[in-house]
Structures are given as C-alpha cells and as structure tokens.
Ligand binder design. Structure first.
Ligand code: FES
Length: 157
C-alpha cells in the first residue's frame, strides 16, 4: 500500500483548506481524507500533514492519539472496535472482548496473521443506551452478546 497522499486526495485537501479561515482548523478533515485513502494515518506522513496545516508535528501526534477514530497502524479487512467506556464496561464489554479475542486468536490491538481481522478497544461509540457496543467497519452491533459475535464472524468470513 502506498504511503503517499495521492494526487486525488491532495486535490481534496486543497479544496478543504479553502473552507477554513486558518489552515490548522482543517487538520481533522485532512486526517479523515488520509485515513479514508490509506486505511490509517502512517507516522511517516505526520510531518507532511503538519506542514500542510502549518502546525508542529507534535500537534498532529496529539490529535491522532486523542481521537481513537484515527488509526495509526494498518488494520485488517474487518476491524472490530469494542467500546471500553463506562456503560459498556458495566454491561460486560470485558467478557465480550475476551470472547472475541479467543475466537480470533489475537489480543486487543492486534491483527490476525492473514491480515483479515483487527480488534481494537475504543472510547464511547455514542450508543451507550444499547451497550455493550461494537463497531465492525461501518456497521454498529448493539446489545453485543456472544451469539451476536458468532453471527458477525459468520457474516465477515
Ligand atoms: S459507553 Fe459504550 S457506547 Fe457509550
């Protein structure tokens, strides 16, 4: 996978920059564009992104580590993100995580050797009333249970 921002993405970035009075305000949308293209935001692009929005590289690093939405490592074809915030923890997130880890043979933060599945724990997915929550790529799975995990894994073979 290319570790460069493509010409198309650069064109989108230039367009996005026109919407903001100061360049640094465009940092989040630019990170979204990069992640959309590459699947994550590689560390090797942090300096380039920082230069585009005219902030120190450390600012880009801070934003990337603050928002768990942004990935700093490549992920598998199927990315399972389990919420680890309070409502989901109280409703059994740890048991669900342990079950998924056992089923896939990997731990939180890891990707299977075939590059197919990644497990991550993330902060609140904004659906606390249906905890425990898991996001699989773009799809939300609420009231997560072992049965639902089995079902999702069967769908995402
Ligand atoms: S606490 Fe898990 S979705 Fe909000």
């Amino acid at each position: 996978m290319s570790m460069k921002i493509s010409d198309q993405s650069m064109a989108r970035i230039r367009e996005v920059l026109t919407h903001y009075p100061v360049k640094r305000a465009a940092l989040l949308p630019i990170l979204h564009i990069v992640q959309e293209e590459l699947g994550y935001v590689p560390e090797t692009l942090e300096a380039e992104i920082a230069a585009i929005v005219e902030v120190p590289v450390v600012k880009v690093k801070e934003v990337l580590s603050f928002y768990t939405w942004f990935r700093q490592k490549p992920v598998g074809t199927y990315h399972f993100q389990l919420c680890r915030t309070i409502s989901c923890t109280l409703r059994g997130h740890r048991e669900m995580l342990a079950y998924l880890e056992k089923k896939l043979g990997i731990k939180d933060g890891q990707t299977t050797a075939d590059g197919k599945y990644t497990i991550s724990t993330v902060e609140c997915l904004a659906s606390c009333e249906t905890a425990p929550m898991m996001q699989c790529n773009e799809k939300y799975v609420d009231h997560l249970s072992m049965e639902k995990i089995d079902q999702v894994l069967a769908e995402m073979k």
